[in-house]
Structures are given as C-alpha cells and as structure tokens.
Design a protein around this ligand. Structure first.
Ligand code: PLP
Length: 391
C-alpha cells in the first residue's frame, strides 16, 4: 500500500540527499578522459581539501567508506606492522578486523562503548612502546554505533607527549562536514571520509586525506597494493584525472555539495549540528531515557543512541515508528543490538525536520508501550525557540 508523504530517513547515514544534489547528479555521463572532465576532477579534489582543512593531498575512491579504511592501512603500512586501535564501538571493531584480515597486527585498547577514545590510555600504551613497534594509532572520530566522539586534539597531544613517531589515522566517515575536523591543524596523518553522511551524497565515494609524513611512509611501505595506491593516483590527480574510471556523476554531486557547504559556511554547519544534538539529548532526558554516550563532552551532534528501558526491544520500537510514521531509525549494532535505537540528525537537516523526527519518536514510544514521560519533543522545541539558527 502506498504511504503518503515523504519518508523520514533518520538513520545516522546514509542521510537524505537534497534535491540540489540529486539534480546535479542527474546529468549525462561524460568522458572521464576528455578535456571537460579535468575541471570536474580538479574542483572535487581542491574542494575536498577545503572540507578536510588541509593543504595536502586528498584521494577520492569509487568505494564505500570501508574501501577508504583499507586504503589508509595498505598505503602507509608494511605487512605485520603493529597498529594501536581504540574500541569505541562497532565501527572501530570492524576496522580492527579489517586490519587483522589484511595481515597487520592490531592491538585493541578495550572500551565500554559509552564514550570516545581515551587519550590518556593511548598515551600510556605509547610510552610503554619504547622500541616504537607501533606504526599507527587508529581512532574513529564519530563512532556511529554509539553516538560518541573521540577528542582528536587530545589524542594528538598524547602521541606527542609520549614522543612517539606513530602515524595518526582518523575515521571521519560520520563526522566530516558535520562536526569540526581539522586535518592539518590537528596533526592527523591519514583521515578517512565517506560521501553518505555530512556530505549529503548517496553512498559510493570515499576519501583519504594524507599528510606529508604519511606520504613519506607510503614511499617506504611494502604492502602489495594496486587499486588503492596513493602514488598511482597522485600523477593523474595533478591534472584533474584519475588512474581508472572515477564515479563521474557522484563527482558532479560532490561539487554541488561542496558549493552548498561553502554557501552555508562550515562553521555554521557545525553550529547547526550542535544545536540539533543538544535539542535531541534534552528530549531524550525529558522522556526519562538514557543516552548511550555517558562520558560528558563526548556526546555526538550527528546522532543520538538511546538506551531502551530493561525488557523492551529497540527493534520492535523501530518497527512501530516505521509502520505508523514512515520513519526509519537506526538499529543497535552487534553488542548493543536491540538495546539501543539511533536518531540521525545530520546532513541537510533543519529545525522542522528535527521536530518531526522527535515527535515521531515520542509518538512511537507511546504506541509501542515503552515507559517514558511525555513532553520531550516539547522540551526540544523550547531549545530551538530559545536559540537561533546560525546566520
Ligand atoms: N566508519 C564509520 C564511523 C561508519 O559510520 C561507517 C558506516 O556507517 C563505516 C566506517 C563503514 O563505511 P561504509 O559502510 O561506507 O563502508
């Protein structure tokens, strides 16, 4: 049966693609080796440097974020290299498994899935590593499975204070263009990004921003690679081209997305996300429910993971909001499956979209018989009334 009105895609990515970007993608395919393509390629490569806040190279892959994770590791490391990773949740765990499958030696600092990576524990482990066996520290900036943020500046400081030469690799797949991130200023060596969240694009392209130090490590690294090779990309990229067929129509969309971010201003985009994150957490607390992230200051402004009261199924609740209100909420992943639901508030998102989302959650809680106090959406509305959209 047809469902009237638009679907509310409130998962924490892929996020809804704005019409402007859909229109930009909706173009005849062009010759990716012809003269007109160079401008498209150059614009995308230069624009992404602005998004990552870097003067160095950004590589664009026709792959989902997982591809860019793999690219970061295989370009900069040699077989068997030890990498220090922090368990923030499902995605850090997947990245660790990927490192293991590729023949690296990941060491996981265990976490409780209720906050970001703990810089002190990373620093402590690095201080113990007197022979500098650890070649890279890998951290997820915004852990999409838990709604927790890692403080990257603090991790950088911990590496520096330990006097350790390891590369710093950061996954910004769900934070890029939503939460402030500064590749150069924060001393990150490889940043991994994806198209389908803050960049407001469909899934399908992903990124590596690469420091000079990481590029130098790549020159010496001995892992066998072909498709992901930074050095094979660099030559053609210098003139706006790619060594193989790029995702041409996605690049039209990417250039439009970058233009939209420039029009709004990145700092305003971040402030908009903060305001929606605060309003959402106020609603959750007013309902009498708990946010999964319990470490103050690490709460994500991209998504909010909400803990279900004991004995209630998050998946049954999500099925209720989908059936009754045509709204998809994010599910709990692996360790927190069925225990949390995730509200995405990212990308091309405004106050009324947030109010509709929170109203849908509140009505869903009622319909699904989940114990809560009514009025959370009202509390969020008060916050939106009292604060203003950045101009
Ligand atoms: N890292 C994070 C933080 C993610 O949120 C995701 C996907 O949601 C990934 C990595 C994996 O990216 P993809 O599913 O695009 O391969």
């Amino acid at each position: 049966m047809r469902t009237a009105g638009r679907h509310f895609l409130q998962i924490p990515g892929p996020s809804s693609v704005p019409d402007r970007i859909l229109r930009a993608i909706d173009m005849p395919t062009m010759d990716h080796r012809g003269p007109a393509f160079a401008d498209v390629g150059r614009q995308a490569l230069e624009g992404m440097k602005w998004v990552f806040k870097t003067e160095n190279r950004v590589f664009i892959y026709p792959a989902s974020g997982t591809g860019a994770w793999e690219a970061a590791l295989v370009n900069a490391l040699s077989p068997g290299d030890k990498v220090l990773m922090f368990e923030t949740g499902h995605f850090s765990s997947l990245w660790k498994s990927l490192a293991l499958k590729l023949g690296f030696d990941p060491e996981f600092i265990e976490g409780d899935w209720r906050g970001g990576a703990e810089a002190e524990r990373i620093g402590q482990r690095l201080r113990e590593d007197k022979s500098h066996e650890i070649k890279a520290v890998c951290v997820v900036h915004n852990e999409t499975s838990t709604g927790s943020v890692s403080q990257i500046k603090a991790v950088r400081k911990a590496i520096d204070e330990a006097g350790h030469p390891a590369l710093l690799m950061v996954d910004t797949i769900s934070s890029l263009a939503s939460i402030d991130f500064q590749h150069d200023e924060w001393g990150v060596d490889v940043t991994i990004g994806g198209s389908q969240k803050g960049l407001m694009l469909p899934p399908g392209i992903s990124f590596n921003a690469v420091s000079e130090k990481a590029m130098a490590a790549h020159e010496k690294a001995t892992t066998r690679l072909s498709y992901w090779s930074w050095s094979d990309m660099a030559g053609p990229n210098d003139t706006g081209y790619f060594p193989y067929t790029p995702a041409t129509n996605m690049l039209y969309g990417l250039n439009e997305a970058i233009e939209m971010l420039r029009e709004e201003g990145l700092e305003n985009v971040f402030a908009r996300h903060i305001r929606h994150g605060v309003a959402t957490r106020k609603a959750v607390h007013a309902w009498g429910l708990d946010v999964l992230c319990s470490r103050q200051g690490d709460e994500s402004d991209v998504l909010t993971a909400v803990l279900m009261p004991e004995g209630h199924s998050a998946d049954a609740f999500r099925a209720t909001t989908l059936k009754n209100f045509n709204m998809s909420l994010g599910n709990g992943l692996s360790k927190v499956a069925d225990k949390v639901f995730r509200i995405g508030h990212l990308g091309d998102f405004n106050d009324l979209m947030l109010m509709a989302t929170l109203s849908g959650v509140e009505m869903g809680l009622g319909k699904a018989g989940v114990p809560h106090t009514s009025g959370g959406a009202q509390i969020a509305m008060e916050h939106l009334k009292e604060t203003s959209v950045p101009s």
